[in-house]
Design a protein around this ligand. Structure first.
Ligand code: ZN
Length: 181
């Protein structure tokens, strides 16, 4: 159920992942001041307000993070970005999406994820981009996104974990020219 215990939802302090031996590991992605409160997310990052409320309801509490307590206008902007992210994510997997559209969508996706500070999900987004560009035969772009995914995943998740080794295998499958020795 807890697939992505990272967060807090907006103002990300640390990322917690489960390692292969089922221990939990935590990586701070910003400096943590003495006495600063550290929060984590109980639900996958990137959900719009209404879905967050529903999901968190299952845990029996109301979230008081920056985003959930932000003024409605702020939450609306954030929700629009998050809904668009989901739309793009599906549009990219759609077989009828052509290459030029894909390029545009990929830029929009990266920008939206940045605006929403969804760093913890970036490895997964970049991985999808790698696979999709690869399926279009654009190995150079696939390689670029694969490297970005790997770089972040090595910091944000278990460097020996399944996600990282999966990305490595994918990169190994990308042909000669773009490969590092
Ligand atoms: Zn919240």
């Amino acid at each position: 159920m807890i697939t992505d215990m990272s967060g807090p939802i907006r103002d990300l302090t640390m990322i917690v992942t489960q390692t292969r031996d089922l221990a939990m590991s935590a990586v701070a992605i910003r400096d943590i001041e003495p006495g600063q409160e550290i929060t984590i997310s109980y639900i996958p990052l990137g959900m719009p307000t209404i879905h967050r409320k529903q999901a968190l309801g299952n845990w029996g509490f109301n979230c008081t993070c920056d985003l959930c307590t932000a003024p409605p206008e702020t939450r609306e902007i954030s929700d629009e970005r998050r809904e668009r992210l989901v739309e793009i994510y599906y549009a990219m997997q759609d077989e009828t999406t052509n290459y030029d559209t894909l390029v545009e969508l990929s830029r929009e996706l990266v920008q939206l994820a940045r605006d929403e500070r969804l760093l913890a999900r970036a490895p997964e987004y970049y991985q999808s981009l790698m696979r999709i560009f690869y399926s279009f035969g654009d190995q150079e772009t696939a390689w670029k996104y694969g490297r970005m995914s790997l770089k972040l995943a090595e910091i944000l998740s278990d460097p020996e974990g399944e996600f990282v080794s999966g990305i490595r295998r994918d990169l190994d499958g990308i042909d000669g020219f773009f490969r590092e020795g």
